[in-house]
Design a protein around this ligand. Structure first.
Ligand code: Q9C
Ligand code: ZN
Length: 343
C-alpha cells in the first residue's frame, strides 16, 4: 500500500495544551509521524511518497467557512502584531447565554473560531495544516486512478475541526475535505468511518444534513469522555441527512469483544449504503497503552480491523487522526494496513 505524507508537518511543533489544570507540551507530536514511517520501512508496507502541492485552501473551503480559513491564514500575522511569538491557546468562548458575535481582536477571534484550547498555533502551523490537505488529496488521486487503498499520513489530524471551529489538535478537517473531493470528482456516495477513540464531532457537524456522505463514528461515550458535547447515539442526522449519521458510544475499558461488535455493525451499515469509496478516520488512540484514552485494544486487534475493511470490497482511503502511545502507533497503524492487504 502506498503512503503519502508531507515533511512540512514538522512545522507544527512545540505546541501546548491544557490538561487537567496544567499547561503541558501537546501530546500531538511530530514524532508520531516518525514512528509510523519507521514501522512502514521495517515491515516493507510499500512506497512512501511525498504529498503533491494542491490548492489546499480551495479544497477545504468546500467544507469549511471561508472566514474561518481566512482567520487561520492570517492568524500568525495578527499574533505577531500583538508583540507575541510563543505558542497560542484560545481561552474564551461564546458559551450559552452569550452572543454568537465575531470580535475584532485576536484574543477573541481565537475563541470565536474554536471549541476548546486544543487549537494551539505556532509560526508554522498553517503551512503544516495545508500540507496535511496536500497529503490527503494526493492519496485521493491514487484511489481515483485505481488503487484499492492508500494511506494519508496526515498531521495535524482533522476530525475535530468543524465548519468554523478548530480544537482537539485539529484545524482543517482532512477526512471531510477529501470526502467532499471524492463527491466533486465523480463519487455519488462516500462513507466516512471514524474509529478514533474520540467522537469525530467536526466531521459529524459538516455532513449532519446530508444524505450523500454517510458518517459513522465509534468512540468513548461522550457522557464521560472528550469532546463531551456530541457523539450520543441519538444524533442521527437532520433533514435530508436523517439516518445518515451513526454513533456508537462505548464505555471506558472497552476491549476487542465490545469494540468489534460496534465495528461489525458499522461495516454492515457501509455495505448497505453502497458508497463508491470509504474514508477511514484512523485514530490509534483506542490502544490499551494510549496515554490519554481508556479503551483496551491490543496490537493483534489492528490487523483484524484492516482485514474486515477489505471485506467490504470498496476502495479505502485511510486518513491519520489521533494516537499517542508514540512507540506503538507505528505498529498499530501498519497493522491495520497489512491486515487490509491480507498479509
Ligand atoms: N485528559 C485527537 O485524537 N484532550 N484529538 C483531552 C484528556 C483532547 C484528541 C484531555 C484530546 C484531543 C485527534
Ligand atoms: Zn482521538
Amino acid at each position: 500500500m502506498k503512503t503519502v505524507y508531507s515533511p512540512r508537518h514538522r512545522l507544527h511543533a512545540d505546541n501546548q495544551e491544557l490538561n487537567a489544570g496544567a499547561i503541558l507540551p501537546a501530546f500531538e507530536l511530530p514524532a508520531r509521524v516518525d514512528f509510523i514511517l519507521d514501522r512502514i520501512a521495517e515491515v516493507g508496507l510499500g512506497p512512501v511518497l511525498e504529498a503533491v502541492p494542491h490548492d489546499a485552501v480551495a479544497a477545504a473551503a468546500r467544507v469549511h467557512a471561508t472566514d474561518y480559513l481566512d482567520f487561520m491564514a492570517d492568524f500568525w500575522r495578527l499574533w505577531l502584531a500583538e508583540g507575541r511569538s510563543g505558542p497560542t491557546m484560545p481561552y474564551v468562548w461564546p458559551a450559552r447565554g452569550q452572543r454568537d458575535i465575531r470580535p475584532d481582536h485576536v484574543n477573541g477571534l481565537m475563541g470565536y473560531y474554536s471549541f476548546d484550547g486544543g487549537g494551539s498555533f505556532v509560526e508554522g502551523t498553517w503551512e503544516a495544516v495545508k500540507s496535511a490537505v496536500d497529503s490527503v488529496l494526493t492519496a485521493a488521486e491514487m484511489i481515483k486512478d485505481g488503487e484499492k487503498a492508500a494511506y494519508a499520513l496526515c498531521r495535524p489530524p482533522g476530525h475535530h475541526a468543524g465548519i468554523s471551529t478548530m480544537g482537539g489538535y485539529c484545524f482543517i478537517n482532512n477526512a471531510a475535505t477529501v470526502a467532499q473531493w471524492f463527491r466533486d470528482n465523480g463519487a455519488a456516495r462516500v462513507s466516512i468511518l471514524d474509529i478514533d477513540y474520540h467522537h469525530g464531532n467536526g466531521t459529524q457537524e459538516i455532513f449532519f444534513g446530508r444524505d450523500d456522505v454517510e458518517f459513522i463514528s465509534l468512540h468513548a461515550d461522550t457522557a464521560v469522555a472528550y469532546p463531551f458535547f456530541s457523539g450520543r447515539a441519538d444524533e442521527i442526522g437532520i433533514g435530508e441527512g436523517e439516518g445518515f449519521t451513526h454513533n456508537f458510544p462505548m464505555p471506558f475499558g472497552t476491549a476487542w469483544e465490545g469494540w468489534s461488535a460496534s465495528f461489525e455493525a458499522a461495516c454492515r451499515l457501509i455495505a448497505d449504503f453502497g458508497p463508491d469509496v470509504v474514508v477511514v478516520s484512523l485514530g490509534l488512540d483506542t490502544f490499551e497503552g494510549d496515554p490519554i484514552s481508556r479503551f483496551k485494544l491490543r496490537h493483534e486487534d489492528y490487523p483484524k480491523i484492516g482485514a474486515r475493511l477489505a471485506k467490504i470490497g470498496k476502495p479505502v482511503l485511510f486518513v491519520q487522526e489521533g494516537g499517542y502511545a508514540v512507540a506503538d502507533i507505528g505498529v498499530n497503524a501498519v497493522g491495520v494496513m497489512t491486515g487490509f492487504e491480507g498479509r
